[in-house]
Design a protein around this ligand. Structure first.
Ligand code: ZN
Length: 153
């Protein structure tokens, strides 16, 4: 068997697809940090030094018949030499508080247009409160973006 283009499903800037373990219940996807680019401070943009790596997980979009996909990666904690702040570097749109990718949060928000959030959670194998958090995060982020766009025009 040959699978082409699987890397295109998991494109996160600065991260590479390491491996995928397919399982009928819960597939696991591992990302590895691309070591070539330097780490930049999210606050001031200057180069950061690495302090340590921490194993983290995040919810990812359903894959095939599996609704519960877990993304594994090693978040990098570093210290900025310029501003002295410590920061943790995650794949794009994954934060310390929201352990989910942007696209699963968007998927939950789209499903919430057609069914109650507790049903969305049941459908995706997550708690209803988690689905509510994803829904609120997407709506807050989008309304902030739209208000910024309105101010520019
Ligand atoms: Zn800095």
């Amino acid at each position: 068997m040959k699978v082409n283009g699987i890397r295109n499903l998991f494109q996160f800037s600065g991260w590479c697809l390491d491996r995928i373990e397919l399982d009928p219940v819960e597939p696991h996807v591992w990302l590895a940090r691309d070591g070539r680019p330097k780490l930049h401070c999210p606050t001031c943009g200057m180069i950061m030094s690495k302090n340590r790596k921490v194993d983290r997980t995040a919810h990812e979009l359903p894959m095939g018949i599996c609704t519960l996909v877990t993304l594994h990666y090693r978040a990098i904690q570093g210290r900025c030499r310029a501003c002295g702040r410590y920061s943790t570097i995650h794949p794009e749109h994954i934060t310390n508080q929201e352990e989910a990718t942007w696209r699963i949060r968007q998927f939950v928000a789209r499903l919430a247009r057609h069914m109650p959030l507790n049903r969305v959670g049941e459908f995706l194998g997550i708690h209803g409160t988690t689905a509510l958090c994803f829904y609120l995060w997407v709506n807050t982020t989008l309304s902030r973006t739209y208000s910024l766009l309105d101010q520019k025009t």
